[in-house]
Ligand binder design. Structure first.
Ligand code: SAM
Ligand code: SF4
Length: 343
């Protein structure tokens, strides 16, 4: 058996060199976004944004070809992210086409929620049931400071619309000292009052122009201690497999409950159970968010690569998937750009 064949086990799953089953593709549909979150969208030295020319984004036809191939190879879960996936023209038809792929069991979406008020119904119709919505503050003025847009109410309306339609909603909160640390308990209360799982994400040093520094970083353990002061936190069994979050049931002294997740890419990295492969909006395959090694799938596609050659590159990327990342709390940022890689 050659090295590439080792990635395929006899039950049809893709397995890497460290016995991790790779079942989950995260697809960055675009590097464009209708927000400019301070920690995500990098500006160049002249204050402009570094965006890819449109021709450098993979077309929907190219993306469908790749998704069909990875599903055929054993992957069964897809997340659409970006940039903001909902700003890409034609995205709803693309999702409908994805939903027809046999063997693709689940399509999830990560969005900033800005367009949800108008797109939630269509998303539900196309079969999506789980949404991760990013929301770092519950205060409209602060929302504008963080994202550059005065759109808190619109996002909130989108979240409520999606919830009324029956979506399973997770709110992603990037935890930043000195920015939103006075709202962590408000978010925990929200998880009790609403059927939303609130997930605190450790601020990551991604991108050469990242605003990350050690003083703005807060560990999940510190957050957990803070949220734990509201009641009791009991780990929810089974949730560890539901992505990288450690999920707890918060029970208040009055007996109300809510679900709180902690995502700790830095302090408790989850590399040993990582089941992901990423396709960046520049058409590069990336085996680890925090490792800059990428394989150029777009060039292979556009130079007439056969299905076999594409499968070969996917297998090689899985074989090269690093055991783990080495970023620690005191390290400088990795070089990639979050909005291009897909957070
Ligand atoms: N635009 C969509 C959104 O905001 O949900 C999808 C793309 S965004 C890059 C995906 C996720 O990455 C968001 O939840 C965002 O908060 C998170 N993110 C971006 N930069 C981050 C950073 N430096 N550290 C931690 N999370 C980050
Ligand atoms: Fe846009 Fe999402 Fe990045 Fe914010 S985090 S700038 S919403 S891609």
């Amino acid at each position: 058996m050659n090295k590439q064949e080792q990635t395929i086990k006899n039950n049809g799953q893709l397995v890497d060199m460290f016995s991790r089953t790779i079942s989950y593709l995260r697809l960055s549909l675009t590097d464009r976004c209708n927000l400019r979150c301070v920690y995500c969208m990098p500006v160049d030295d002249k204050g402009g944004l570094q965006l890819l020319p449109h021709k450098d984004l993979l077309s929907y036809e190219e993306l469908l070809r790749i998704v069909n191939l990875v599903v055929d190879m054993g992957m069964n879960k897809l997340r659409l992210t970006g940039g903001e996936p909902l700003v890409r023209k034609g995205v709803m038809d693309f999702i409908t086409a994805l939903s027809r792929i046999d063997g693709l069991d689940e399509i999830r979406l990560t969005t900033n929620g800005v367009l949800l008020h108008e797109k939630a119904e269509g998303l539900y119709r196309s079969g999506i049931r789980k949404l991760n919505i990013s929301l770092d503050t519950l205060r409209p003025d602060r929302f504008k400071e963080i994202t550059g847009a005065d759109l808190f109410q619109q996002v909130w309306q989108g979240i409520e619309t999606a919830s009324d339609l029956g979506f399973d909603i997770k709110l992603n909160v990037v935890a930043m000292k000195g920015v939103n640390d006075d709202e962590f308990l408000d978010f925990a209360k929200l998880a009790v009052e609403k059927p939303y799982q609130v997930r605190f994400i450790e601020f990551m040093p991604v991108g050469k122009k990242s605003s990350w520094d050690k003083s703005s970083y807060i560990t999940s353990d510190e957050l957990k201690d803070l949220v734990g002061s509201m009641g009791t936190l009991d780990p929810l069994p089974g949730c560890r497999m539901d992505g990288p979050a450690r999920v707890y049931l918060l029970t208040t002294p009055g007996g109300s409950t809510g679900k709180i997740g902690f995502i700790s890419p830095i302090s408790h990295h989850f590399c040993d159970t990582c089941n992901r492969l990423r396709l960046t909006s520049a058409g590069k395959l990336r085996a680890c968010l925090l490792h800059d090694r990428e394989a150029d799938l777009k060039t292979l596609l556009r130079s007439g690569g056969t299905d076999d050659e594409i499968r070969g590159l996917i297998r090689q990327t899985i074989l090269d998937k690093p055991k783990g990342h080495t970023l620690a709390e005191d390290q400088a940022s990795c070089g990639g750009q979050m909005s291009r890689i897909g957070g």
